[in-house]
Design a binder for this molecule. Structure first.
Ligand code: KG4
Ligand code: ZN
Length: 366
């Protein structure tokens, strides 16, 4: 089965074509256009501008995704699209485009919750680099592909941690589309905390990768920040207090003097290291406790913050110590992309009448 996945929930316009066969789920093409650098000029996302960029990019991105895998429209079995949550203007561009394409190409349309979509990046086995132009016979091409079947896709039950720019959620998956919501952030999401702290430090948007880069040379022990909700018995998170603690720290004369000296980035690096480490401790501790409480040995992590190398290392260390199996997608499949939406499409019900699909900016997991 072959699915075209379309993702436009925020500032990325993305489309991908994925194949599911006996070798698992494979990426045939994956195209992402981001307006993040444009948004960076303003220190964050301006929804109207993000939507305008979506309109400019959506058709070329879909066209490129289909052309890159050298398939014909007839080869597509279905279209899956993010219908929420996200920015309404951005969502509408993807949803309305997908509805029209489903109608004119006569394909089933599969509505995907963006948050569940992130988790499905963990079910993608591999990438087929390119399908030769001469071979339009897809079955032949795939049969001769050297890909080995993948054994390490997640198994149920599994514990899911979603850490993105808008969401931080802990979910217990019993099966596809069957999950129990364990907890989530009470205020800012982990990615939002990275972005807001970065802004306080004068770093560009998106802040996560910027803080992470600086942190590699910093010493997290130089600044002690409070780890939010570490002692609470639930599986909730809170990150807005951390942002306030960073703001307070920056306003002290010693730190502000250090930050103003162009030749002394040390303070910046140390602050970045502390912020990153504090967020990571909070996430890793709650995941470990949930895995123990529910006796779950498979952990799946998803969302833009999962691209963070130190988070991955810390989760891996913890998982190994407790004999848990950890699944984290490669960084390019952690941030928003169409491949995860196509992957989720293989496990999600189609909508009977594509024209009835409505974007839902407030969709959640809870
Ligand atoms: O999943 P995503 O691409 O979009 C949403 O659905 O929100 O996540 C974007 C978030 C941003 O807050 C960004 O700062 C964060 O992911 N992020 C990172 C890293 N890469 C992206 N945070 C920490 N470390 C990273 N390497
Ligand atoms: Zn996302």
């Amino acid at each position: 089965m072959i699915i075209l996945g379309i993702e436009t929930s925020c500032d990325e316009t993305a489309a991908a074509v994925l194949l599911k066969d006996q070798n698992g789920i494979q990426i045939l093409s994956n195209v992402v256009a981001s307006s993040a650098s444009l948004q960076a000029k303003y220190g964050g996302i301006i929804p109207e501008q993000a939507a305008r960029e979506q309109i400019k990019s959506i058709i070329p991105v879909i066209q490129e995704a289909i052309e890159n895998c050298k398939l014909k429209i007839e080869n597509l079995d279905a279209i899956s699209v993010t219908y929420g949550p996200g920015l309404i203007g951005s969502l509408l561009v993807g949803v309305e485009t997908a509805k029209v394409l489903a109608k004119i190409w006569n394909k089933p349309l599969i509505p995907v919750n963006h948050l569940l979509g992130h988790f499905y990046a963990n079910w993608i086995s591999s990438v087929i680099p390119s399908i030769s132009e001469e071979s339009q016979d897809l079955n032949l091409e795939i049969a001769s592909s050297p890909l080995a079947p993948r054994n390490d896709v997640p198994k149920f039950p599994c514990l899911g941690l979603l850490v993105s720019g808008g969401h931080t959620d802990l979910v217990l998956f019993k099966d596809h589309n069957k999950y129990e919501y364990l907890g989530g952030t009470r205020d800012d999401a982990a990615g939002e905390c990275f972005d807001k702290c970065a802004r306080l430090l004068g770093l560009p948007y998106p802040g996560g990768p910027e803080i992470s880069k600086l942190a590699t040379k910093g010493d997290a022990l130089k600044f002690k920040l409070p780890v939010p909700m570490l002692d609470s018995k639930d599986f909730d998170f809170s990150f807005s207090g951390l942002k306030t603690a960073v703001a307070n720290l920056i306003s002290t004369s010693e730190v502000s003097a250090g930050l103003q000296q162009d030749h002394t980035p040390e303070v910046l690096q140390n602050l970045a290291a502390s912020i990153e480490e504090t967020i990571i401790i909070s996430l890793v501790e709650k995941v470990a406790r949930a895995a123990q409480k529910y006796n779950i040995d498979q952990i799946i992590v998803a969302g833009g913050v999962a691209a963070n190398l130190k988070l991955k290392q810390a989760l891996k260390k913890k998982a190994e110590a407790f004999s848990r199996v950890l699944h984290i997608p490669p960084p390019e499949l952690c941030t928003d992309n169409g491949a995860m939406i196509a992957s989720a499409g293989f496990f999600t019900k189609l909508i009977k009448n594509p024209l009835n699909l409505q974007a839902d900016p407030n969709l959640s997991l809870s």
